[in-house]
Design a protein around this ligand. Structure first.
Ligand SMILES: [Zn+2]
Length: 279
């Protein structure tokens, strides 16, 4: 009898646990998944075709901070619909772009259409004009496989929209959203010349974006728009500026703890050494 009760209890508990995990992952489509990583903090992963992260934080009764966007306006529109459904039709969204690549701001068009404030740096605007065509041409080339036609078609004729709230990249920003203030910090060139981070001091959450390499990865990714030796120095500046990060969100892959800055420094240093010995 005792055993039966124990088994029933275990079954009930595991049902509860799986229901709990299931409710924390919201699948808007096969390519677009939202995971609640803790209360009011949602990781949005868009795989188009490579998985890329943006982050949504509920910072007030009606206030939503969104850092970076999915790759496309369609996906951004789907997430906006989810925001309104989940937090109310009067939810007010503030967006921060952390770089000029499509995985940082490809969704801007959908946000600007809704008159959402989209913050981004002057250098992001400049690189968007100067470098986007060549960067996108490279991506189209990587997608030449027939299985990738859907993505290639979107990328081949992609139209970019710059942020509508532009600031000097060298001036640290404090952006108020709801009850919180987000710190926008530029440590210097990294994976691109314009990548920024966003820090939420009350939560000790750092959105590191594409300048942070996930724990499960040992490669710095696409580096042609960046600078490896400057990247190492920038990681030292970043760890000196934000000493007590509890959670760090990389641009690609799983969220991690404060050690992701050190991990990134190691990965980038190794890639730098490699590039020097192969030259
Ligand atoms: Zn990226």
């Amino acid at each position: 009898m005792k055993k039966t009760i124990a088994v029933l209890f275990t079954l009930a508990l595991s049902a509860l646990l799986s229901a709990n995990t299931a409710s924390k992952e919201i699948k808007l489509s096969a390519e677009l998944i939202i995971t609640e990583i803790e209360t009011d903090v949602y990781l949005v992963t868009h795989s188009f075709p490579w998985p890329g992260n943006s982050l949504i934080v509920k910072t007030g009764d009606r206030d939503i901070l969104w850092i970076d966007t999915p790759y496309t306006p369609d996906a951004a529109q789907n997430v906006l619909a989810w925001i309104n459904q989940t937090f109310g039709s009067d939810a007010s969204v503030t967006e921060i772009n952390t770089g000029f690549h499509i995985d940082n701001l490809g969704g801007n068009e959908a946000l600007l259409k809704k008159e959402i404030s989209v913050y981004g740096s002057d250098l992001t605007c400049e690189l968007l004009k100067k470098k986007s065509p060549s960067t996108m041409a490279k991506m189209v080339e990587w997608l030449k496989d027939e299985k990738m036609t859907k993505y290639r078609n979107v990328y081949a004729s992609f139209k970019f929209y710059p942020p509508n709230r532009v600031f000097n990249i060298n001036k640290e920003q404090k952006i108020k959203c709801g009850d919180e203030e987000a710190i926008v910090y530029y440590p210097g060139p990294t994976h691109t010349y314009d990548n920024l981070v966003v820090y939420l001091p009350e939560r000790k959450i750092l959105f590191g974006g594409c300048m942070i390499v996930a724990a499960e990865s040992n490669k710095p990714g696409f580096v042609e728009d960046g600078n490896l030796s400057a990247w190492v120095v920038s990681m030292d500046k970043l760890s000196a500026r934000f000493k007590d990060c509890r959670i760090i969100i990389p641009g690609h892959g799983k969220a991690g703890d404060g050690s992701l800055i050190k991990h990134t420094r190691e990965v980038v240093s190794a890639a730098l050494l490699n590039s020097k010995t192969s030259n």
